[in-house]
Design a protein around this ligand. Structure first.
Ligand code: ZN
Length: 344
């Protein structure tokens, strides 16, 4: 089977790195670009955007919902204007739309995250709602990433914590991948798997600093999110990034859309799935607490009945993506027993 790796060409992380110079390093031609951004971002960072893009002509499209309908609206608006590149400036949802639009227009995309809420910053995946499947699809990775720490430090604390939560998920996603390799003969890339897990470990080591919003720790988190995305590019699939813990999260997205942030749900679901791999779930739970992430589904406003339903639904969302949940086919009573035991 052919295995294709697609990776970003240039990743720039630093204080004040969203500037004219760095953008010119990524887009050499001065043709017209399309900026995809969110309503709040354009208000807060208007001056920054104008000064960083002063060498280029561009149009701006504001997006709100991370849906296919919204992405198609952008594509229709882009119409016949021959943009030579797309820049996404915003949170994970905005970047997902910008990646999708760049992919469909067959134009290079620059990712400028304004928060650190998930691992989509540098990954070749786009997660949009309202499509056939409630999980991410493969597009192309950004050509470049400019992660400006001075911008990201302005993001709300929950969004930064959510990024840590998403990385915690790699503890079980890489196990699910190995399980699928051993039991179903699926392709497994040891390097990509280790890189994803290493990203999680690095971020976890900084959990307390991330909770206290220390600049150095947030920077570590950003680097970890970017390398996790790159691990997805190396694997050529979201396997190293998304396993049973993400399936539970996607099921919760279906049952109670918008309740809790992505990384908050992933982190709690990792405590659950790590139990079945006999991992040190207590340690995972204490890191969650240290960083200030919610320590129970109840804290997210998601009741027990919904959680149980989601865990039963999870493996049915992607029958082809074998995980520990597909293997164990947990009963309602077993799920309740474990949730009680883990106190989540
Ligand atoms: Zn995720």
């Amino acid at each position: 089977m052919e295995h294709v790796m697609e990776l970003p060409q240039k990743v720039i992380i630093g204080d004040g790195s969203f500037n004219r110079n760095n953008i010119s390093q990524i887009f050499k031609s001065k043709h017209k670009g399309l900026i995809v951004t969110g309503p709040h971002i354009v208000k807060i960072f208007n001056d920054k955007i104008q000064s960083a893009l002063s060498d280029f002509s561009y149009d701006t499209i504001i997006v709100s919902e991370p849906t296919y309908a919204e992405a198609e609206r952008v594509l229709a608006a882009a119409g016949n204007s021959d943009y030579s590149f797309v820049i996404g400036i915003g949170g994970g949802k905005t970047l997902d739309i910008a990646k999708y639009v760049g992919f469909k227009l067959n134009r290079p995309m620059l990712s400028v995250p304004t928060n650190a809420s998930n691992d989509g910053i540098a990954s070749p995946f786009s997660s949009l709602r309202g499509g056939k499947y409630p999980y991410s699809i493969k597009v192309k990775p950004p050509l470049g990433v400019i992660a400006d720490v001075s911008i990201i430090m302005n993001a709300p604390r929950e969004q930064i914590n959510s990024g840590l939560g998403d990385l915690i998920g790699k503890i079980t996603s890489v196990r699910d991948w190995l399980l699928a390799h051993k039991e179903k003969g699926e392709y497994y890339g040891e390097y990509a798997s280790k890189l994803a897990l290493e990203s999680a470990k690095h971020a976890l080591a900084s959990a307390e600093g991330i909770g206290k919003l220390k600049v150095a720790s947030v920077r570590t988190l950003l680097e970890a999110l970017i390398s996790a995305g790159v691990a997805g590019g190396i694997a050529g699939s979201s396997r190293p990034l998304s396993g049973s813990e993400h399936l539970i999260t996607h099921a919760l997205d279906v049952l109670v859309p918008g309740q809790g942030m992505h990384g908050e749900k992933v982190a709690l679901s990792t405590v659950f799935t790590s139990y079945f791999y006999k991992l040190k779930w207590e340690r995972i739970k204490s890191s969650i607490k240290k960083s200030g992430l919610p320590v129970s589904y109840d804290e997210l406003g998601i009741g027990r009945e919904t959680v149980v339903k989601a865990i039963i639904m999870a493996p049915t969302l992607r029958p082809e993506r074998y995980t520990i949940l597909h293997k164990l086919q947990l009963s309602e009573s077993k799920i309740n027993e474990v949730l009680d035991y883990l106190k989540i």
